[in-house]
Design a protein around this ligand. Sequence first.
Ligand SMILES: C[S@@+](CC[C@H](N)C(=O)[O-])C[C@H]1O[C@@H](n2cnc3c(N)ncnc32)[C@H](O)[C@@H]1O
Length: 368
Amino acid sequence: MVTFDWEENDAKEKVKHFRRKGSAAWAVIEVTNNCNLNCRWCYANSGYKSKIMREHMSLNELKKLVRILKDSGLKQITYSGGEPTMYPRIREAVKIAKDYDFVVHMNTNGFALTRSFARELKSLGLSQIQTNIDSVNPRKHDYLRGRKGSFSRAVSALKNAREVGITCVSQTVLTNKNEKEIVSIFEFARGLGLQRCRVWDMMPSSGCALENFDIRPTNYIESLKELTRFAERTGGKHIESGEPFFPLNYKTGLDVSHVPCVASHGVLVNFAYNGDVYYCVTQRKPMFNVFKDLDGRFDEFYKIKLREFLESAELNSECRDCELFEKCKGGCYTRRSYSVDKTDYWCISKISNRQSRVVSRDIPCFSV
Ligand SMILES: C[S@@+](CC[C@H](N)C(=O)[O-])C[C@H]1O[C@@H](n2cnc3c(N)ncnc32)[C@H](O)[C@@H]1O
């Protein structure tokens, strides 16, 4: 995942803080698996046409979880799902997190985000939304998100949220359906007045994210370079890269914060509506359940569980001998686990055996 900023904001400081802290700082909580869209690539399989049981986190459980996270020193909660605006207790959820002094963000498709709802959420403590723009062609966006009208609702939501003072981030899931227009998508988002645009490649996961994996992008790293050139041309200020291989083979004058993977560094923790804790949102096998298995402080327990998980993760032995290993740490665990040779399929070493390569060595990385 890579975020491009056209305005100075606290993101850079936040990355520095997360890095210094070196333990869980940010939680994504999927408060519901209910959704009003039917996205082709959904790692959570939440499509409204899917046959999954519709379930929510109870308010009591949510209160308990927020308290646990506070006691463990986390700083930010991002509500997600499913679609968090379909969670019946979303107003209380925002307020509870804000009352504990968390920075409160939300991943929302925007379908239900009217101006008055946005204003209400803002007054309760929501400071940022992340909403997808997956094409500048409404029909294509609607096709990817599986519901007619989702493009115009997303655009309205971004305008509504902006007007009431919520920071808006556009997100795009890169596929082979939209990679050729990724710069136009960013231009469009910029035209809406957005100062932050984020992109990630369609990731393999379970369910429809695997069934539809043939729409994955053809060359994510090249698209990122194209976007960097766009940012360089248009006064971009900063890039936050959570992509292990970017910008390792690309030099840019823009300021870059590079974190190979926030999940494997234990900074970001993901919770499902039932308390299951995932290594990454794309890994739908829980490491443990926060309501049933937690023993002691969350941050300490999480570190132990994460270490166990990563130790059991397969890594191609050639990776450790590679000159890039200190930077990429073996790449993305999820992509690696779906790759036959257990190496990340965007690995620039693999790709660049055919190309000349400039490896930028001046990008700071975590040590594990
Ligand atoms: C699962 S949704 C839940 C929140 C909300 N319903 C929404 O649409 O933002 C969160 C975000 O994850 C991203 N996403 C979902 N499946 C993905 C996949 N297979 N690969 C990459 N990103 C994905 C999309 O950007 C999506 O907006």
